[in-house]
Design a protein around this ligand. Sequence first.
Ligand SMILES: Nc1ncnc2c1ncn2[C@@H]1O[C@H](COP(=O)(O)OP(=O)(O)OP(=O)(O)O)[C@@H](O)[C@H]1O
Ligand SMILES: [Mg+2]
Length: 255
Amino acid sequence: MTRMVISVSGKGGAGKSTVAALLLKLLDEKGGRTVLAVDADPASNLADMLGFQVEKTVAKVAEELRRDIERGAIPPGVSKKDILEFKVYSALKEAKNFDLLVMGRGEGEGCYCYVNSVLTGILDTLTKNYDVTLMDMEAGLEHVSRRTDRDVDYMLIVVDPSKMSFETAKRIKEVAEEVHVEFKHMVLVGNRFSLEDEDYLRKRAESLGMEYGGLIPEDINVHRFNLEGRPLLELPDDSPAVIAAKKLLEYMGLL
Ligand SMILES: Nc1ncnc2c1ncn2[C@@H]1O[C@H](COP(=O)(O)OP(=O)(O)OP(=O)(O)O)[C@@H](O)[C@H]1O
Ligand SMILES: [Mg+2]
């Protein structure tokens, strides 16, 4: 298959990580494709929802390298890119049928410019090794204005039943246009809507100039799993949110 990059965005708390986790659960069970999940939210909780303990984040290993460079601890003739590449690969967490990379938050002060530009190259290469890359983005618009998500095939914009989340959806589209980032598909996904809202959401998507990808209902299992800290990968297959996520995967031609 051709490579596909999916990005999940939207207002804070709209359900981005939940939607990402549901899609990953289905991709993991289906198998047959190489999948990279990227937790690109500095407040990372996708890993948590999936039940992974994460010790190493990309931000941490980049910080390690930056310190080593400053201390002069890199022997001459050793490529910094190779070192960072090795470190990034060692930060990958493996599930049955997908790998997870947690970006994390940079903590140190000082200039990351060099390390960041090397890192961008490494991540671009890494992504190319997978059939599907699924990114759980930070809330809001900054990732769009920083052009973090160029080359996205499916930009899923998650909205919950709030006016604000539609406003965020609209802004994401506007900012993308302002900074000339083009997503092949901009797809509105309703979360915590009722099945009767289907027509309503379809119309809202249309008036936003977006495709409509479907809706995920409020799901008591998602709720409980979250409360109890159980991994969403273990949600029962007949759970309403899982059934709905299947349709979304189907919409993107991945089922
Ligand atoms: N369909 C659903 N049914 C029940 N609970 C849900 C559903 N979707 C999301 N939730 C709950 O709502 C909360 C917020 O969801 P989630 O963390 O996925 O949002 P988010 O957009 O990723 O938030 P953030 O902006 O903080 O990253 C979580 O506690 C989650 O369990
Ligand atoms: Mg989240």
